[in-house]
Design a protein around this ligand. Sequence first.
Ligand SMILES: Nc1ncnc2c1ncn2[C@@H]1O[C@H](COP(=O)(O)OP(=O)(O)O)[C@@H](O)[C@H]1O
Ligand SMILES: [Mg+2]
Length: 212
Amino acid sequence: MLSKVITISQQKGGTGKTTLAVHLAMAFIKYHNLKVAIIDTDPQGSLGKWFMIRSERKVSNENLTFKTASLWGAQYESKTLKNDHDIVIIDTPPKIESDARPSIEAADLVLIPMAASHVDFWATGAIVEIAKKANKKILAQINRSSQRSKLIDKTKDFIKSLDLQSTDTIIGNRQIYTSSMGEGKTAVEKQRKGNAVDEIKKLSGQILNQLN
Ligand SMILES: Nc1ncnc2c1ncn2[C@@H]1O[C@H](COP(=O)(O)OP(=O)(O)O)[C@@H](O)[C@H]1O
Ligand SMILES: [Mg+2]
């Protein structure tokens, strides 16, 4: 068992926390043969909804465990799940500044998704500070952006200005991420190849390298 915890956090909503949580989970299972647990700490429960549709449609996977918890509960829950899972992914709600600590403290790696957008830059400082104070390994993840966007360089500069590392993968703006989740699935289950599959596969490998 690897027994590592990844917390996906960012106080701005809609940056792709939940999308990345499920796609990374399925990529770890599918391409790296790992056992994965995901914990939904967002009262909105979009991850839970995804899992429910998944269960109803019997898209089961014996290597995937789903739990819900409060942000505080996630610390205890992840400790327990670590015993019999390689990776535990904690998906967090937006606006968590004051309550973020337990879910950050539980993490071996904090993943911070952001678009190549100034609005996302402005929202990122608080969570970075909390994760740094907790001495955590932090990775910024550029999501929903085109490789060719003029803002990519600005985003990389911004990440550097926070003294952060980012993954080498830019996740594109692709409908398959959204449509697959509506069916309780992920892009890596809907497609055998393609841009989404390539980038998620690559990202999952890079993150595992960082955890080792
Ligand atoms: N890379 C992407 N390409 C296209 N749509 C995306 C991408 N990432 C997220 N989305 C969409 O953006 C919306 C917000 O994503 P979500 O993962 O729910 O964000 P968060 O959990 O941070 O609030 C959803 O409708 C989701 O399908
Ligand atoms: Mg979410």
